[in-house]
Design a protein around this ligand. Sequence first.
Ligand code: GLU
Length: 417
Amino acid sequence: MSEAANPFESLQEQVDDAAAHLDVDAGTLARLKNPERVLETNLSVELDDGSVELFRAYRSQFNGARGPYKGGVRYHPQVSRDEVKALSGWMAYKCAVVDIPYGGGKGGIVVDPDDYSEAELERLTRAFATELRPIIGEDRDIPAPDVNTGRREMNWIKDTYETLENTTEPGVVTGKAPDSGGSAGRVEATGRSVMLTAREAFEYLGEDVEGATVAVQGYGNAGSIAARLLEDVGASVVAVSDSGGAAYDPDGLDTRAAKARKNETGEVTDYDAPETLTNEELLTLDVDLLVPAALENAIDGELAHEVEADVIVEAANGPLTPDADDVLADRDVHVYPDILANAGGVTVSYFEWVQNRQRFYWSEERVNEELETVIVDAFDRLTSTLEERDLPNFRTAAYVVAIERVLAASEQSGVWP
Ligand code: GLU
């Protein structure tokens, strides 16, 4: 395995690749490749045994031209300043691809949540929310769930913010539990947009997702729900994995039973499948559709030579390095990028925020219908841009569409001061 790519450099290369098809001056290009600001903070948290531990945390605000900064908060030992910067850029371009009125942001804490009690995680989250308070707000920057965070953490952030501000402002954070102002359909939304993107991609390629064989790397929120929804539209999910390895059944797995088993034991490999594989073996299976749904850099240039899938739909953020993209393009593997495919999460976050502001809540059916319209429209816009402008691949088409939207908003605002 070659040395892991720096995700921030990957983001910058992706922007450069798209900018080559646009008329962008050097100063503007630099703006498109760098965050506006990054908060770096050290959180002191009292542990259950009375000792105090310091946790490094970040929030990157990438580009606010199109609206408040928006993006998740991840809890993971590999969180770094560059990772958070990259993820905030991917959020800015993702929101522009699906044309929702947000800029991009992202936060993270360097922590393995499995090593801490719920009470410790609550204190950690409230400490982070306290640091974030001056720079977030429903019109400033709106956090959301990401890797290892969910409703529980969002409810704590909301409560901390509202208590300190002496107000009610549920739209300061999205991905909350329904009784705290969360939206129907939010938990499923990322997996749903992965399924919708796969469905549209197969149709575009003159094929049908029904009957397609699928491998899913990563069985957290995005991966497990994408797998279930793909199974529900008739695909055969043959392999699913988590960090401990993969369960493989060439005749198709029961995605719900695999999730139930993982919930019970913590390992998806405990699901009763005929074979177990390594993650690398899963990523190189001869399947119709591969869904990387874990972390960045799952497939690098080296591994890309061994990928046997025909289509890749990215559920994770940044799972392919730019080198992998080049190799896969040469090998005619069709890649549908993260900033379209996993945009369902932030799109339903937008619906949640709209509902919070109106204090008027939608049915799950309405959420799912509106999400489908957003994803299908974005997909169609990318295909027409790809064809009309003769672009090399869908990722470049996605960045061209997104950058043009960000630039239009920036130009209309002018330069200050
Ligand atoms: N963390 C998700 C993402 O990477 C969702 C962000 C949000 O809802 O703001 O797209």
